[in-house]
Design a protein around this ligand. Structure first.
Ligand code: UDP
Length: 327
């Protein structure tokens, strides 16, 4: 199968590249390396089934070149991470909305099936936990920059359905805090990467708010499995799926766990939100997936428990810091 992965040098994208190449498929990656990293795909450059194009999804000519001949498009290129969209709201919205429109339009012209990578962020601060795919969403006011991300990704989902009405084959996945090796080693975009770096450096682990907010972290191998099932199964056409693990943990407990696994002397520091962010901020209190639809239609179940996944993520992060010459 010929597959284009937009954002294929990013965290989830590059793991999809590994998996598809290992299965013998042809893979093209389109990535502008803004948050993606060449190091994530470097090991494939000698493979003649792999093609890398440095380019941006806002540039239709680059997308057109990359998409030519593709049967499947895994659309992961996006401005991701709440810190990014809070600091760069306009850029984030343009990439996430206009870029997705370019990809959907050209996939439609090409006749390729599309998997849209969306996010559990679209549920916003809903209290209807666990979040079911068809449940109502609850977002805060537009003056809170964070909600621009959920709004843009929800608009992407609406656009995907609109293209489906025109005959494009689409499926959507909503990731629940995916983590694992290749999380940005600068600590960007994920609380796990950030806490691990702090713990390994013996710096305070900065828990925002009271630390009782929860997340349901999903190990990368599970995220990849769920993505490919949703991208390829006939039953998944026109459907949206939560890709997550039904294991909920408070951020404070996560900090304790990372401190334990890294054997770190770091203190755990509670940081008020108004010190952590320069704009007013809202944080979903609980984020927990209803995993029954993915189980029923795709036979998908996330397997890796958090402690096991954390050990693998920490081991990788240690190696990165050693390579970078950290003390
Ligand atoms: N968080 C934290 N300390 C940090 C970074 C994040 O306590 O240094 C919290 C953040 O407020 C949120 C959770 O960790 O409650 C997950 O944050 P992340 O940015 O990983 O993803 P989100 O689930 O918010 O999209």
């Amino acid at each position: 199968m010929k597959t284009l992965i937009t954002g294929g040098a990013g965290f989830i994208g590059s793991h999809l590249v590994d998996r598809l190449l290992a299965e013998g498929h042809q893979v093209t990656v389109l990535d502008d390396l803004s948050t993606g990293r060449m190091a994530n795909v470097q090991h494939h450059l000698h493979n003649n089934r792999f093609r890398f194009i440095k380019g941006n999804i806002l540039a239709a000519t680059q997308v057109e070149e990359a998409i030519k001949g593709s049967e499947l498009v895994l659309h992961l290129a996006a401005a991701v991470g709440i810190p990014y969209v809070v600091e760069e709201p306009l850029k984030g919205m343009l990439i996430n909305v206009r870029g997705t429109e370019v990809v959907l339009e050209l996939a439609h012209q090409q006749g390729a099936r599309v998997l849209l990578a969306s996010t559990s962020e679209v549920y916003g601060k809903s209290t209807a936990v666990p979040f079911a795919e068809e449940a109502d969403r609850t977002l805060g006011p537009t003056s809170i920059r964070r909600w621009a991300y959920a709004t843009a990704k929800a608009l992407d989902e609406h656009m995907a359905y609109a293209y489906q009405d025109r005959g494009l084959g689409i499926s959507i996945v909503r990731y629940f805090n995916a983590y694992g090796p290749r999380l940005d080693p600068r600590g960007y975009g994920s609380v796990i990467a950030k806490f691990v770096i702090q713990a390994l450096a013996g710096q305070p682990i900065t828990v925002y708010g009271d630390g009782l907010q929860t997340r349901s972290f999903t190990y990368i191998d599970d995220a990849v499995e769920g993505t490919l099932l949703a991208a390829t199964r006939q039953e998944a056409l026109g459907e949206v799926f939560n890709i997550g693990r039904a294991e909920e943990i408070t951020i404070y407990r996560l900090a304790e766990l990372i401190k334990e696994v890294t054997n770190s002397p770091s203190e755990i520091l509670l940081v008020p939100y108004d010190q952590a962010y320069s704009h007013s901020f809202e944080d979903p209190r609980r984020r927990h997936p209803d995993v029954s639809k993915a189980a029923r239609l795709l036979g998908f179940q996330a397997r890796d428990p958090l402690v096991d996944g954390l050990e693998k993520a920490i081991q990788w992060m240690r190696q990165q810091l050693e390579l970078a010459g950290a003390p």
